[in-house]
Design a protein around this ligand. Structure first.
Ligand code: NAD
Length: 359
């Protein structure tokens, strides 16, 4: 078996953490015989510096030709004066659009060995949680009609939310398929007591649920979901929600794990090809110092094996190696606690070495 992976290392810590994930994939390759071919492309600030464009044509072509894309992160102070259409973040929106990626999958889980980092009450943290948020990524209010106009009380601004049945159906299917591979439980989050788009969302999710009789489905209003995430995060397994609610709730979910350097994500479309990236940014404050936590990117590579390449055993292998490394008390500085950890914090390269040792 052979797969081509387009690498976009990006800016800041991007090159360091993508190099770590590539080393882990190479080690998986050695152990299993599955072959990964890597091709590097520019996007974001580094692309602006090299060719003046945040998303060069060649990068889009490379992403569309590859079996999947692994991205570090883009952006930094240096490129903040670029015009809006050439800002580094625009590269991400451009790739998502060109690849037709309408789903964002964000797992948020607490590692037993890191439960001290969780900002929730000790008894809640100790119960643990392990959820996946399935966020609709290309529709809703972020893409609706907007503008300024003269209103009843003077000048006003407006944004509109629209969702088609097709857009809701396809994201609901992703949620139910994801649930079938997990605990067979979906919580659909909406604001159906107020919004018409949410009422259509609810109807459509329940219609799709009929095709998945084994999956339990529950509706939850978004305000309640925000509260339940901090009161009883263990209630969630798969959460499916719209673009804006998913944006907010997935950040809330990542914060309650207490470790931004640990969380991976996947963006998927109709085909198996996806884009995989850590949820954190390019962390310019720590770039080039060999102190970034590579785990979020390594786990993003594991998600790629699971969701795009159908290699669940190889994905498990990486996730287990990460878990074993953490259980051995080894930490990068962002998750290091001098009272509970052995020795000194490890650098990016050394943490990667330890994970590879445990594959
Ligand atoms: P950030 O996620 O880059 O950093 C926030 C804090 O977390 C910083 O203190 C940073 O040092 C720390 N951190 C982040 N990742 C870490 C890791 N792997 N290991 C250890 N510590 C880590 O967010 P920010 O500072 O708001 O943004 C910096 C730049 O990244 C901005 O230009 C922003 O636009 C961009 N950004 C890019 C993406 C992306 O490419 N997907 C996402 C978010 C932000």
């Amino acid at each position: 078996m052979e797969f081509t992976i387009a690498l976009i290392k990006g800016d800041g810590i991007g090159p360091e953490i993508v190099d770590s994930a590539v080393r882990v994939l190479d080690a998986v390759s050695e152990k299993t015989g599955v072959k990964f071919n890597f091709k590097s492309y520019l996007a974001g600030g580094s692309a602006i510096d090299a060719v003046g464009q945040t998303l060069p044509e060649e990068t889009v072509k490379g992403c569309l030709e590859a079996d999947s894309v692994l991205l570090g992160a883009v952006g930094g102070e240096k490129w903040n004066s670029q015009p809006p259409e050439n800002r580094p973040e625009k590269a991400l929106l451009g790739i998502r659009k060109e690849m037709g990626l309408f789903t964002n999958l964000r797992p948020a889980k607490i590692y037993e060995s890191l439960s001290d980092a969780c900002p929730l009450r000790k008894e809640v943290a100790e119960q643990g949680f392990d959820m996946v948020i399935v966020r609709e990524l290309t529709g809703g209010i972020y893409f609706g009609e907007r503008g300024r106009r003269e209103g009843k009380f003077g000048p006003e601004a407006y944004d509109t939310e629209a969702y088609s049945v097709m857009e809701i159906e396809r994201i609901a299917k992703v949620a139910f398929e994801t649930a079938m591979k997990r605990k067979k439980k979906v919580i659909s989050v909406d604001k159906a007591n107020v919004l018409e788009t949410s009422r259509l969302w609810r109807e459509t999710v329940h219609r799709i649920a009929e095709d998945y009789p084994e999956v339990e489905v529950e509706d939850m209003l978004v305000d309640n979901a925000a509260m339940q995430l901090v009161r009883a995060p263990g209630r969630f397994d798969v959460m499916v929600t719209s673009n804006m609610f998913g944006d907010i709730l997935s950040d809330e979910a990542s914060q309650i794990t207490g470790s931004i350097g640990m969380l991976p994500s996947a963006s998927l479309g109709e085909t198996t090809r996806g884009m995989y990236e850590p949820i954190h940014g390019s962390a310019p404050d720590i770039a080039g110092q060999n102190i970034a936590n590579p785990i979020a990117t390594i786990l993003s590579a594991a998600m790629m094996l699971r969701y795009s390449f159908d290699l669940p055993k190889e994905a498990d292998m990486i996730e287990k190696a990460v878990n074993d490394t953490l259980n051995a008390g080894l930490r990068t500085v962002d998750i290091y606690d001098k009272d509970t950890c052995e020795g000194e914090p490890l650098g990016t390269v050394e943490m990667t070495d330890e994970i590879i040792k445990r594959l």
